[in-house]
Design a protein around this ligand. Sequence first.
Ligand SMILES: C[S@@+](CC[C@H](N)C(=O)[O-])C[C@H]1O[C@@H](n2cnc3c(N)ncnc32)[C@H](O)[C@@H]1O
Length: 283
Amino acid sequence: MKRPSEAQRDASPQAPRPFLKWAGGKGQLLEQLWPLLPAGPFAQYFEPFVGSAALFFALRPKSATLSDVNRELIDCYRAVKGHVDDVIAALEQHRYDEVRYYEVREQQPAALALAARAARTIYLNKTGYNGLYRVNRAGRFNVPFGRYTNPGFRSPESLENLRACARALRGARVCVRDFGEVVRHAKKGDFVYFDPPYVPLSDTSDFTLYVPGGFGPEEQARLATVVDALTGAGVVVMLSNSDTPMVRELYARYRIDTVTAARSINSRASRRGKVREVVVRNY
Ligand SMILES: C[S@@+](CC[C@H](N)C(=O)[O-])C[C@H]1O[C@@H](n2cnc3c(N)ncnc32)[C@H](O)[C@@H]1O
C-alpha cells in the first residue's frame, strides 16, 4: 500500500473505480478520508465490510483481504478477479429491458456458473431501482426495476473499468466472513478499515437492512470490542460510522474526526441531505 502522503490519489480515467453502486459507498468521501489515512507501508490491508470497495480501489494495496457477509457480492469479486473476460462476455448478453430484468432477477444465483452469477449481480445492480441491494425473508433479491436513460452496465468505459478492477484485485484475498472472524488474522503492522452498516440516525433510516438480522446495537458494541482488541495487538485501525451519541460513546477513547457526506438519510431517495459521519482512528 502506498503512503498517502507520498502519492496523490490517482483520479485518472484509467484508475479503477467501484463497479457496483453500494449503500454507504465511500466514493464521494475519498477526498475527505485521504488526509486521515495512516502513513504506511503496511504488510496487509483488511476491509471487512467491503461493499463496493471504494477505499481499496483508491489505495490498491499489494496485499489485501476483502470480505463481507454478502455472498453474491463476494462471488462477484472472485469472478472479476479470476475470470474478468468471462464476466464481460456474460454481461454482453444482458439487455436493459423491464421484462428481462424480472426474468434475470428470478434466476437462482447458485444455479449459474461463477462468471454468469457475477454478471447477473452487476446487471441487477446497475438496472435495479437506485442500485439498492435488498433481499426478502427467503434471501431472494427483490429490488424492483429502475428507470435510467442509460444504465451503462456494458458500455466500453464500464468494461474497461472492470478490467482495471480485475488488475487491482490480483493481490487480494476475497472471502465471505463475519468481520470479527476475518480480523483474527490481522497482525501488528497491518491496517484495517471498518465501514460497517451505520448506527441509524432516525427510526426510518434503513442502513441496518443489508443482511437478514440487520446490524443492531449488539453488533455495534461487538465491533467496538474488536477494535479494542486490534488496538491492543498493535494493528492500525480506521473506522467510519454515523455521528451519533452511541458511536461517540463506543469510541470515546480514540481520536474522532468528522466528514460530511451527501446521503439519502432514509429509504426515500428524495430525502437527501448532508450528513455528518465520524472517522475513528487508533493512531
Ligand atoms: C456501509 S457498507 C460498506 C460500504 C463500503 N465501504 C463501500 O465503499 O461501498 C456495509 C457492508 O457490511 C456488510 N456486513 C453486514 N454485516 C456484516 C458482518 N457481520 N460482517 C461482515 N460484513 C457485514 C454488508 O453486507 C455491507 O456490504
